[in-house]
Design a protein. Structure first.
Length: 366
């Protein structure tokens, strides 16, 4: 029984200390990656029913201007601010040959309609312009495992190492992302400048950064790549209910980023048109644990850690009170209820007689 306790202690120590060593890199685990190939029966996309398409481009800004104070010169040619002018219009930017997106993708794209739950396999090729964003909107199923494969290539010649950024975001995360994109392409870049200053904030404080944006679970961001496969399983439908208002349903955006955003390690604008092949494969999950099982397991582990020292101490205290007849070997702790085994001195022991030589006196010889 004592030996089993030692093994249990060693096992618990290993369980709780192994995560401290950390498993980094791609030698053991690839972060949110899928080893299986993106292959299956591909079905045609029903646009705005199963998949939505949108884009962000540098020549269109959702906000036509910004609040501020205009400049003016008085009669003495002194520069000042026109406090009566509080709305400044943005100058119009011309569309270039490096922006192949159609107008409906960034002007009148559908962001509020409810998409069908994604339970089929689809493939799409997106043309993403330079310094732009291409996104696919989907409604992922919690009953399916979704694998996304993205491969990109440049349509124009480039001498530099070609790479883009790929992100997976929810609807609320994508909204914050678009706000930063519009700000960075505006003359009023205060919001973008502030976000740049906070770009290197540690992950545990990112939720407090009102200017920042995050990918889904703060993990599905793949920067400076030209090919990536990743998979995810949802614990349940992605939705949240604010303090004031009704439940907000969250779609997912698969984002192809050719814009130099505020992340420190992202790819810069490639200066070419990007062709992104996106394949989405769904696999039905055969067994799904309820969400509360995780809380129950951790609760049991914590309770076990608390009561284990008391159980171990009780076993050792009890070991001194149990009678050991010697059949199972010597006990670890001598029993206090068994008489001490002392040698019996009442038995006479006969000593063997020994012959000693006679001592002859020297006077007798004389």
């Amino acid at each position: 029984m004592v030996e089993m306790s030692k093994k249990t202690v060693i096992f618990l120590i290993m369980v709780f200390t192994l995560p401290m060593f950390g498993i980094h890199g791609n030698h053991f685990v690839k972060n949110a990656s899928a080893a299986d190939a993106c292959s299956g029966d591909i079905e045609p996309i029903l646009w705005n029913e199963t998949v939505g398409r949108s884009a962000l481009v540098p020549h269109y800004n959702y906000y036509s201007g910004y609040f501020g104070f205009g400049e003016y010169y008085d009669e003495d040619d002194r520069k000042g601010r026109d406090h009566e002018k509080d709305w400044i219009f943005e100058p119009t930017r011309e569309k270039t040959e490096l922006n192949p997106e159609e107008e409906w993708m960034y002007v009148a794209w559908d962001r509020n309609s409810r998409l069908d739950t994604l339970t089929s396999n689809h493939h799409s090729t997106m043309l993403v312009g330079n310094d732009s964003i291409g996104a696919l909107r989907v409604n992922l199923s919690a009953q399916h495992r979704t694998t996304v494969c993205v491969t990109v290539q440049a349509l124009n010649e480039t001498n530099d190492d070609f790479s883009v950024d790929v992100y997976l975001m929810t609807s609320s995360e994508y909204e914050r992302y678009t706000e930063l994109y519009y700000s960075s392409h505006s003359e009023n870049s205060f919001y973008n400048d502030l976000s740049e200053a906070l770009s290197d904030i540690s992950p545990e404080w990112r939720s407090l950064d009102f200017t920042g944006w995050r990918s889904y679970r703060d993990a599905h961001q793949y920067e400076s790549i030209n090919e990536i496969n990743f998979a995810l399983n949802l614990d349940g439908p992605e939705s949240y209910t604010p303090i004031f208002g009704e439940e907000m349903w969250q779609d997912f955006y698969i984002v192809i980023d050719t814009w130099d955003n505020n992340h420190d390690n992202d790819a810069t604008a490639p200066g070419v048109v990007t062709a992104a092949d996106v394949t989405i494969i769904t696999t039905e999950r055969s067994f799904i644990l309820p969400n509360y099982t995780v809380a129950i397991i951790f609760l049991m582990m914590i309770i076990g850690m608390v009561i284990f020292p008391f159980i171990l101490n009780a076993r050792y205290m009890k070991a001194g009170l149990d009678t050991n007849d010697g059949s199972t070997g010597p006990g670890l702790v001598p029993s206090l209820e068994v008489d001490a085994e002392l040698p019996d001195h009442s038995i006479d022991q006969t000593l063997d007689a020994k012959d000693y030589p006679d001592i002859v006196s020297n006077d007798a010889g004389d």
